[in-house]
Design a protein around this ligand. Structure first.
Ligand SMILES: Nc1ccn([C@@H]2O[C@H](COP(=O)(O)OP(=O)(O)OP(=O)(O)O)[C@@H](O)[C@H]2O)c(=O)n1
Ligand SMILES: C[C@](O)(CO)[C@H](O)COP(=O)(O)O
Length: 248
């Protein structure tokens, strides 16, 4: 982003079209509540808390876009933040691509943020945006690992799996969102991956496949992904601590 003539506005795309199978039966995960408020609203507020973010594109469950639009109309964001709702796809990757397709021309920096990471602090969001604005085409917040990691030869479910390797833990990072991108780079990555069929479990992984530079900035413990039922308990505890610290 060293070319001053390029568009500079920042948008956040929030893929929120997943079912939340690992969380168990119930509403789509993004619509489940934490302290009475849908997870998606927490995630939107986390993006809108950054003064740099002027647009949020929510990628809703395909059949639930009107319901999500109503929900967002009921929950105020800061006045400086616009939002759009678009229907999602069958995979996270497809949902993100549909969100990118909806961006107006004047967006130069794009964040991609899981609705399932509702509690990311604004300092993490701002650190990602700053690193993109400083010239990195792709930026990922991440944390060192607490556990040792083994690479295995996957076998039958429940059967012992042979260990293939133990990667050096000091070089590994657990990757979070929001991930930040120069818009053109991310669009090119999604187009290329759609053509060659090689998917990736995160957007930065697609940029890596282009051979472009991806950098890591410090993530945050509270940016964890709500994936399994225990994560809901942790998220409620984090919110309770924030309420206690805020004195209400
Ligand atoms: N077709 C999909 C699948 C996932 N997501 C979004 O991608 C994020 C990360 O995905 P994950 O946590 O795996 O959510 P789910 O796919 O809902 O979870 P599960 O795999 O347990 O069903 C979530 O915000 C989810 O809503 C999406 O927008 N479209
Ligand atoms: C994008 C992501 O949150 C980075 O850790 C993660 O890869 C999403 O994985 P999921 O299995 O789709 O939740």
């Amino acid at each position: 982003m060293s070319d001053e003539s390029r568009p500079y506005r920042t948008a956040a795309v929030i893929p929120a079209a997943g079912r939340g199978v690992r969380l168990g039966p119930g509403a789509p995960k993004a619509l489940r509540t934490l302290n009475g408020t849908p997870m998606l609203i927490h995630a939107m507020r986390a993006m809108a808390a950054s003064r740099a973010v002027s647009l949020v594109v929510v990628v809703a469950p395909p059949e639930g876009a009107p319901e999500v639009k109503n929900l967002l109309d009921e929950h105020a964001l800061p006045q400086r933040t616009d939002y759009l709702v678009v229907p999602g796809g069958d995979t996270r990757q497809e949902s993100v691509r549909l969100g990118l397709d909806a961006l107006p021309d004047d967006i130069g920096v794009v964040l991609v943020h899981d609705a399932a990471r509702p509690l990311v602090p604004v300092d993490t969001v701002d650190a990602v945006i700053e690193a993109v604005r400083d010239g990195a085409p792709a930026v990922v917040p991440a944390l060192p690992l607490a556990d040792t990691v083994k690479e295995v030869e996957p076998g039958e479910k429940g059967a012992p799996e042979p260990v293939v390797a133990t990667p050096p833990r000091a070089r590994l990072r657990a990757v979070q969102t929001p991930q930040g991108f120069d818009r053109d780079t991310l669009v090119r990555a999604h187009e290329t991956v759609a053509l060659n069929g090689e998917g990736a479990t995160d957007d930065a992984g697609m940029v890596e496949q282009l051979g472009e530079r991806v950098v890591v900035v410090p993530g945050h413990e509270e940016a964890f992904k709500v994936t399994r039922p225990l994560d809901l308990v942790l998220a409620e505890a984090v919110l309770a601590r924030r309420r206690a610290n805020d004195g209400f």
